[in-house]
Design a protein around this ligand. Structure first.
Ligand code: ADP
Ligand code: MG
Length: 638
């Protein structure tokens, strides 16, 4: 930094870009107090004012600036500039000015410093430099602009030869100079890339040259990891004096991130629409199944064992159970099932399922199971866990057309700190790995998308992994995949370890349903389900008050004077849903227990609330045994 002292000692000011010998230069040097230290006589003459009769040294420089300002048309502008530059105080600044007489001048401002201390200011006035003097400066400015641009920019000849290219387009400096005078086709050959992008650019340039208009298209390139990168390309004609297209300016914006977000949005909208559809179907279906299974159950109780009619009834019940599993899968896929507060022993389920898994694969595939001690319960139900296993093993099988090994490993996993988006804590890791063909990075990134499949039509639905994903994430777990082409695939399913005591989930189908007493307010908008449940509960010994929706239920409760032991209500109903009804009812009857029953809850917040409530939840369709058991269970709670 130039200090005041060095400034005074200097015989030449060339180090601040001036030459004192140049008579076309006027200089004003002020000290830190704003007093004039030095003022060349040429200064005033320079701006077209008469030379002063009294020396200005030691006088306030503001008076001198006032005098100089009168030489300019925009007097206030001149003085504002002085104040502004002084306030910035940090860097040399040069600006063009025009005097009232029309002379082009340049005012240079140089703050003088001694370390951090401002010791003075130097002003220089000179004739504006010729355009030639500015060329280098302007070039540097433009280079700075091009280097700073986020978009990629290039100037090409009408035949597609590069004349200029920005660092954002080609980062490597050597390559950037190599390409000048060359074409995209030569570039593609040089880098060993497919020439398709070069052909598309050539075609675009041709359109610009012939059509004399901007051409726009989207280009998809593969990066080193073969992930797609999207660019918006604009080819803009640059016209010569004769009006022909002399050059083409190409610029490109990287749209990769935007496209990715768009795709995710479309995907989640698709998921959402499908979820609604699946959920809606499951809702009505579950009501029907409740009736089918419920009536079947009731009949079964009346038919003696050994009666031939049981053989007719059993397949009906079996089919309705399978249909119920199907609607559960639909709900799992749409991630709209109310997560039942159940817990399952992974080891048990795995052992029970292995035989079935072996039947799924051919003889050329070996299934190995390894269970490390410790891995126990996870918050799923058995059918969900089985579905996860089946889907993963089927995929492994499909990846090993000529045989191989599937390894299923179970181990406890302790996370000391949040990892893979999971909170710290105890987990169960289920790993299913195969020795199959593996997958590319691009496939790996898409496998959880519903309907994404690489299998021929009719062989893959693309729902396997998305269903697994739905089940696992709803249970607050996560999935990780490691895979490489030709090196097999490992799917790691991480599920929170569930340490709670197991409440027996298996309904006691062999014994008679649990009986009970007390008054139950039953609310259900589906008349068939209402009648079935009313009938069943009455048979079991309960008093039933029935209503078709929340509003009616409140009216019924208001009319009834005795205690209501239990509110058994559907969740989604017209007029007033089960959640609001339970709240309202409990205001007046705080001792009444609540048991929700539903097949499908559309509102995730409501679903979470119901799942967390201590009152319990009965997933439709339910068997009469389960109904009896849950009702008795809720009433028996202390
Ligand atoms: P589908 O099996 O019907 O194609 P999935 O959702 O189960 O649908 O799987 C999606 C895609 O993920 C498969 O088409 C396949 O490309 C890939 N994939 C899944 N599991 C494996 C695996 N174990 N090995 C190789 N590729 C797999
Ligand atoms: Mg599959």
């Amino acid at each position: 930094m130039l200090t005041c002292q060095s400034m005074m000692n200097a015989t030449s000011y060339s180090d601040v870009g001036m030459n004192i010998a140049d008579t076309a230069v006027g200089i004003l040097l002020e000290d830190a107090n704003g007093l004039v230290q030095h003022c060349t006589p040429s200064l005033l003459r320079h701006v077209g004012l008469p030379e002063p009769s009294t020396p200005s040294r030691g006088r306030p420089s503001s008076a001198l600036h006032e005098a100089v300002a009168t030489a300019f048309l925009d007097r206030a502008g001149y003085l504002d500039g002085v104040a502004f530059l002084r306030s910035r105080g940090e860097a040399v600044y040069r600006e063009p000015l025009t005097t009232a007489a029309g002379h082009a001048l340049e005012r240079t401002y140089v703050p003088l410093r001694d370390g951090d201390v401002l010791t003075g200011t130097l002003w220089q006035f000179s004739a504006a430099r010729s355009p030639d003097d500015r060329t280098a400066e302007r070039l540097a400015l433009f280079e700075g602009i091009f280097a700073a641009l986020p978009g990629q920019m290039a100037v090409l000849s009408p035949t597609g030869r590069y004349e200029f290219v920005t660092p954002s387009a080609i980062r490597d400096e050597a390559l950037r100079s190599w390409i000048i005078g060359r074409t995209d086709r030569e570039y593609a050959a040089y880098r060993g890339r497919a020439a398709s992008f070069a052909e598309a650019r050539e075609a675009s340039i041709r359109r610009v040259v012939e059509g004399r208009e901007i051409d726009e298209y989207e280009e998809v390139l593969r990066d080193a990891d073969s992930a797609a990168r999207h660019y918006q390309r604009h080819m803009v004609p640059m016209f010569g004096a004769d009006g022909t297209v002399e050059r083409v300016l190409g610029y490109g914006l990287d749209l990769t991130q935007l496209r990715r977000v768009e795709q995710q949005l479309v995907q989640s909208q698709k998921m959402d629409a499908l979820g609604r559809l699946a959920g809606g179907i499951a809702h009505d279906f579950n009501n029907l199944l409740t009736v089918i299974a419920g009536c079947g159950d009731a009949l079964m109780l009346e038919i003696d064992e050994g009666d031939a009619r049981r053989e007719v009834l059993e397949p009906i019940l079996e089919a309705s159970k399978r249909a119920a599993d199907l609607t559960q899968q639909l709900l799992a896929f749409s991630r709209r099932s109310v997560q039942q507060v159940t817990s399952v022993n992974v080891v048990e389920v795995l052992d029970r399922t292995v035989a079935m898994l072996r039947r799924l694969v051919s003889d050329t595939i070996e299934i190995r199971v390894h269970r490390a001690p410790g891995a126990q319960h996870v918050p799923l139900d058995a059918s969900q866990l089985q579905q996860v296993l089946v889907n993963l093993v089927v995929n492994a099988r499909d990846a090993m057309a000529s045989g191989g090994t599937v390894s299923i490993e179970l181990r406890p996993l302790s996370l000391a700190e949040p990892t893979f988006g999971l909170a710290a804590g105890e987990y169960v890791e289920l790993e299913v790995s195969d020795t199959g063909h593996g997958m590319t990075e691009e496939v790996r990134q898409q496998v959880f998308e519903p309907f994404f499949t690489t299998k021929p039509a009719g062989e893959g639905t693309g729902l396997g992994l998305s269903t697994v994903y739905g089940i696992v994430t709803t249970a607050n777990g996560t999935i990780r995949i490691t895979s490489a082409v030709g090196e097999g695939t490992s799917i790691h399913v991480l599920l929170p370890s569930d340490r709670r005591e197991l409440v027996s989930g298996a309904p006691a189908t062999a014994s008679a349903p649990v009986r009970g007493t007390g008054t139950i307010l039953l609310v259900e908008n589906d008349a068939l389900v209402l009648n079935l449940v009313r009938h069943t509960l009455q048979e079991l010994g309960y008093e039933i008050l029935a209503a078709h929706d929340g509003v009616e239920a409140l009216a019924v409760a208001a009319q009834y004077e005795g205690p209501i032991a239990l509110l058994l209500t559907d969740v989604v109903m017209p007029h007033m849903g089960g959640g609001t009804l339970a709240q309202r009812l409990k205001e007046g009857r705080p001792d009444t227990r609540v048991l929700f029953m539903s097949g499908f809850v559309d509102d995730p917040a409501l679903a979470a609330e119901i799942a967390q409530g201590d009152e319990g939840f009965l997933q439709k369709p339910f068997t009469l045994h389960l109904l009896a058991e849950r009702v008795a269970g809720v009433l028996a709670r202390p």
